[in-house]
Design a protein around this ligand. Structure first.
Ligand SMILES: [Zn+2]
Length: 272
């Protein structure tokens, strides 16, 4: 009995501890942004309150149109949100969501290019974070008054913004240079458009069958992994290894994906 009580208390204590730790986590992209529709730049995660209101409305709608007293005339009810007048749960949820004051000032950005990419889903989420300025670079954290040294951990010479880390940093430049025979990044006038234009480019060279966009996205991801290994584990960055990892992972994805999409020809890629 005491054991079980002890375990119970221990579990409660752990739960509280986890909750406290969880509270300290840094959320660089706001919950309202995350819950935006994918067409507006969010991840399309549903909010509990708004979803419950939509479900309640659905129940009310059913009661009024299907199970209501005979004196009700179902023909007199029409759902304004749909052309055919029928109730639509998703439309009701969007209506409740869009009428929440916390969503009034949210910027709508078109990130549909991310969801169309040929890459692993975790890479898509990573690109989505870059597009939403939600990558936890030291410079971004420092600009939000989080007490960190804002310097780039790779070159120790500049503030670590996403643009610096993936594009301007001398170490990252070496990574792109190592891969120059496989990929020549398309030049753009801003970092945001550089990521979008390069990552969404579906061209493949005749000698290498991985799309330009897939390889560039995996290079960005590989730089981020190397940066975290340096920051948290003290592992020095080898530009050659960073590029080789991106090349291997992107080639592996495209090779395996050809099993999922039988209409696409399966290719073998020489990585030597
Ligand atoms: Zn740097």
């Amino acid at each position: 009995m005491y054991d079980s009580k002890f375990k119970h208390d221990e579990n409660s204590s752990n739960t509280k501890k986890n909750h406290t730790v969880d509270k300290r986590r840094i959320h660089l992209v706001g919950w309202d942004k995350i819950c935006q529709d994918k067409r507006s730049g969010g991840l399309g995660i549903t909010k509990a309150f708004e979803r419950n209101v939509a479900f309640s409305t659905k129940l009310l709608w059913r009661a009024m149109t299907e199970d209501g007293p005979e004196c009700w005339n179902p023909d007199s009810f029409a759902w304004k949100g749909q052309k055919d007048g029928k109730f639509d749960l998703k439309a009701a949820y969007c209506f409740v969501l869009n009428n929440n004051p916390s969503c009034y000032n949210l910027r709508s950005i078109n990130l549909s290019w991310i969801w169309k990419m040929d890459c692993h889903y975790r890479i898509k989420i990573f690109l989505w974070k870059i597009a939403q300025n939600g990558i936890a670079c030291n410079g971004v954290l420092a600009s939000r008054n989080i007490p960190v040294n804002g310097v780039c951990p790779l070159c120790l010479n500049d503030s670590e913004s996403p643009c610096h880390l993936f594009f301007l940093c001398p170490v990252s430049k070496l990574v792109w240079k190592v891969g120059a025979s496989y990929i020549k990044p398309i030049v753009c006038n801003s970092f945001e458009s550089w990521v979008k234009v390069n990552a969404s480019c579906r061209l493949t060279s005749s000698s290498f069958n991985v799309p330009h966009g897939t390889l560039s996205a995996y290079i960005l991801w590989s730089i981020w992994i190397a940066r975290n290994n340096k920051t948290f584990n003290g592992i020095e960055v080898s530009p050659n290894s960073v590029f080789r990892l991106a090349l291997a992972q992107s080639a592996e994805f495209i090779y395996l994906a050809s099993y999922l999409w039988p209409d696409k020809p399966r290719v073998s890629i020489d990585l030597r």
